[in-house]
Structures are given as structure tokens and as C-alpha cells.
Design a protein around this ligand. Structure first.
Ligand code: HEC
Length: 420
């Protein structure tokens, strides 16, 4: 097994300008970052970050919920997510903490900035000195970007406001836009003096920072969820909730491509390769897709096959349907256990909680003395994990109908039994 893994790691990433996918995550891909040396980092709903130098990634594990955003900074990697934490890798130390989800990250030479749904922005100095909090802004912050010299920060939020902050003083210095709908994404092009924003109502606009002029590239698809600027600044890629990617030529200001990137779900993440030859994308599919920019739309689409949890529900028994709808996105049932946010449930009956080797549990679950059986699993979803094991990583979720719990447990009994 180990030899196989080594061999896979040695297979380099394909030469760019070729189509490829990166497979291994067990959940949707929410964020992508690229480093000058060609490394790619992927942030996933499966609680992990994949660090790719070949087809076999290094898994950065420690987040206790979905990871939304990742960025390289010199030799370090920073990631943040639904567990309210900002972590630095290698190691995964918590270097910042919010009171709500962190959905956006930006890096300057001296600081990491975090955009949080708690309504504030965190400025975390890389030298470990005291962090600065910007805001509260009064509504969730969705995106942050630094000016090229790192002295200013732009932020966008659910209130539709595009704000400018002075990094030194932590004061808000300007409001550039008051859009009627939340702004999800920002891209700043300092050199050419414009900032692009994408909003909940499907608006994609470019604000000229010198003249204040606005160009509009909105199509009828919403919301805008991802923006990426090519390294030579000539192309702006826009991903939306309906699974399309639009490419804007920023030298002639026209839409040069528009294609359906995924057959199911939204485009959550976009990034150009360091040489600008490829566009990487993430969505509901468990693989990252990378298309040569010159032949976008001529290659495979994301999520072209139905996932198992969408298999014709009418043909399933109630227990299987419960599992498919409520558990399968985070748990597999097989011994090898495909990578997911939660541990495989294979062999769960009779297992002490928090003891599957190799899975990264919360301390709470690890320290509990629960043994999983019909009764304890029933109690877990009758009361909900937040009441039954407060502090565990399991999301709040109750199954209120006793019959649904009985059917689910019977299904788990059948499908998780170890073979002997
Ligand atoms: C959004 C992701 C998610 C969903 C959905 C989810 N779980 Fe979990 N589950 C987790 C995580 C994460 C853990 C690990 C918790 C910890 O370490 O505190 C976990 C742990 C467990 C455990 C304990 C495993 C062990 O080894 O101790 C059981 C049992 C379990 N889940 C059953 C279920 C069932 C049954 C469902 C569907 C009704 C479900 N979960 C839905 C994420 C999820």
C-alpha cells in the first residue's frame, strides 16, 4: 500500500495546457489556491485541505468542519472554515479564531485577513503580534483583498457594501459601492486600477478605482460564487450558482467564453495555474477539474455522473433513504472508507466512540465513554449530536420520527457489519 502511495506521489502533475483532474477528496471543493512553485491546495467540505504536488496529495487535517478557503504565503499555507478557525500549515495550529464561519482569506507580506460571518474582519500579523479586528460591520463579511502594497484592505459583505480599510489604524476609510444585494466575491487588480465584484443577484461588475466608472458583465445567472484573475491580468473568470463559467477578456472588455462547467450544482472555487495556461475549478464534485484556457468547454464537465446519494430514492427502503439523504455526504460504509468529513461507519456497532484509527476526532468524542449500538445511535439522533455529545464535530441534526430512526439503524446494522 505504502509503495503504491509513493509511486502515485511521484507521478507529477500533468504538464499544464492539458486537461486533468485531482481526485481524493470526499466532499465538494470550496476553495483552491496555487503557489509559484506549482503546488495546488484544495479546501473541502470533507474538513481537509489537499496539498498537491502529484496525483497523491498530502492531507492537512485538523479543521473540525468544512474548509472554505485556503491560501499560500511563502512556505506556509493558511486555511479557514466553518469551525471558525484560521489555521497555519504545516502543523495546523490555530492562529486565529472568529465567532462565526470564516468564508474568505487574503494574504499580504505581513498579515492574513479573514472574512467572517460574525460581521468582522480579522487581521492576523504573521509575526504573531496582536491581531486587529476590523468592524463589526453589521453583517456577514464574505470576501477580503489586500492592496498590492498591503496598506489597504477591501472587504465585501452581505449588506452589499464594498469598504476600504486602513491596515495600520484598523479604520474604515471609504465605501466604494452600496449594492442592493450581498457581494460574495472580490478580485483586485492594483496594477491596472480596478476591482471586480460578484454578487448574490448575479451581478458581475468592474469598478475603475481612478475614474469610478463601472462596467457590467451580468448575465441572468445567480449567485456569483467565484472570481479569478489570470496572472497576466488579461482574463477574469467568473463562476456562478448555476454551474457556468464566464471568461472576460480584460484587455478588450468583452466576454470571450461562457460554458457550462458542471452538470450539477454551483461553481464554488476558481483559480488560474501559475503560468495562466489552465483554469482550476471546484464544485459539488469530489474532484478538482483543470481545463486548458484555450479549450475551455471542449473537455469533460464536472459532476457529469450521478453520485450514489442521488440514486433513485423510490427504489430505496426508508432506512437507506435516510442514510443517503442525511449521512452519506459525510460518512461511507466501507472498510477502506472513502475520505469524508466524518469517519467510516463500517464496524460501528460495538465500537467505542472516537476510536477508529487514522480518523481525526474531536477531543470530546475521543474522551467520551459511549459505545455505539442501537440505543446510543438512536439517542444521538433523537436528541441531536449538539445535545447528546456537546462539543463534538457532528453537525446539529435531529431525526424526529421514531420510525425513521428505527429504519436507519436497521439499515446501518446490515451495511456496516464487518465480514468474518
Ligand atoms: C456534515 C457532516 C456529517 C453528517 C451529515 C453526519 N455526520 Fe456523523 N459524524 C460527522 C463527524 C465530523 C463525526 C466525528 C465527530 C467528532 O469527532 O466529534 C461524526 C461521527 C459520527 C459517529 C461516531 C463515529 C465514531 O467512530 O465514534 C456516528 C455513529 C455518526 N457520526 C453517525 C451519523 C449518522 C447515522 C448520520 C446520518 C443520520 C450522520 N452521522 C451524519 C459528520 C457528519
Amino acid at each position: 500500500m505504502r509503495r503504491l502511495a509513493l509511486a502515485l506521489a511521484l507521478i507529477p502533475l500533468p504538464a499544464l495546457a492539458e486537461f486533468f483532474t485531482l481526485k481524493g477528496h470526499g466532499g465538494p471543493i470550496m476553495g483552491i489556491a496555487t503557489a509559484p512553485d506549482g503546488r495546488i491546495a484544495t479546501a473541502s467540505f470533507d474538513n481537509s485541505v489537499g496539498l498537491w504536488t502529484g496525483q497523491n496529495p498530502e492531507w492537512l487535517e485538523g479543521h473540525e468542519a468544512a474548509v472554505n478557503s485556503v491560501t499560500f504565503n511563502g512556505t506556509a499555507i493558511y486555511s479557514a472554515g466553518d469551525d471558525f478557525t484560521l489555521r497555519r500549515w504545516p502543523g495546523g495550529d490555530v492562529v486565529g479564531r472568529h465567532k462565526g464561519k470564516i468564508v474568505g482569506l487574503a494574504a499580504s507580506k505581513t498579515h492574513i485577513a479573514t472574512a467572517s460571518w460574525d460581521g468582522t474582519i480579522g487581521l492576523w500579523p504573521m509575526d504573531g503580534s496582536r491581531p486587529i479586528q476590523l468592524g463589526p460591520t453589521g453583517s456577514g463579511v464574505n470576501a477580503v483583498v489586500f492592496s498590492a502594497d498591503g496598506t489597504q484592505l477591501y472587504s465585501a459583505g452581505a449588506d452589499g457594501t464594498l469598504r476600504v480599510w486602513d491596515v495600520g489604524s484598523g479604520q474604515e476609510t471609504d465605501r466604494l459601492i452600496e449594492h442592493g444585494f450581498g457581494i460574495n466575491e472580490l478580485v483586485l487588480n492594483s496594477q491596472d486600477g480596478w476591482i471586480a465584484y460578484g454578487a448574490v443577484d448575479g451581478v458581475t461588475r468592474i469598478l475603475d478605482l481612478t475614474t469610478g466608472d463601472v462596467r457590467d458583465f451580468s448575465l441572468d445567472r445567480r449567485p456569483i460564487l467565484a472570481l479569478a484573475l489570470s496572472p497576466d491580468r488579461s482574463k477574469l473568470a467568473v463562476g456562478d450558482g448555476q454551474g457556468y463559467i464566464m471568461m472576460i477578456d480584460t484587455t478588450g472588455w468583452r466576454i470571450v467564453q461562457d460554458f457550462r462547467a458542471t452538470l450539477r450544482g454551483p461553481v464554488w472555487a476558481l483559480a488560474f495555474s501559475e503560468d495562466g495556461q489552465n483554469l482550476h475549478a471546484g464544485g459539488i464534485d469530489e474532484a478538482m477539474y483543470s481545463w486548458p484556457v484555450t479549450s475551455l468547454g471542449e473537455q469533460s464537465q464536472m459532476a457529469a455522473t450521478e453520485p450514489s446519494f442521488l440514486k433513485n430514492p423510490e427504489e430505496m427502503g426508508n432506512g437507506e433513504r435516510q442514510f443517503a439523504r442525511k449521512c452519506s455526504i459525510c460518512h461511507s460504509l466501507t472498510p477502506a472508507g472513502q475520505r469524508r468529513a466524518g469517519p467510516t461507519l463500517h464496524g460501528i456497532f460495538g465500537r467505542e466512540a472516537g476510536t477508529l484509527p487514522g480518523y481525526f476526532y474531536s477531543d470530546t468524542l475521543q474522551d467520551s465513554d459511549i459505545v455505539w449500538n442501537e440505543e446510543t445511535i438512536n439517542a444521538l439522533f433523537d436528541e441531536g449530536p449538539d445535545h447528546y455529545i456537546p462539543g463534538s464535530k457532528m453537525p446539529m441534526q435531529r431525526i424526529t420520527q421514531a420510525q425513521d430512526r428505527i429504519d436507519l439503524i436497521a439499515f446501518l446494522r446490515r451495511t456496516t457489519a464487518p465480514e468474518d
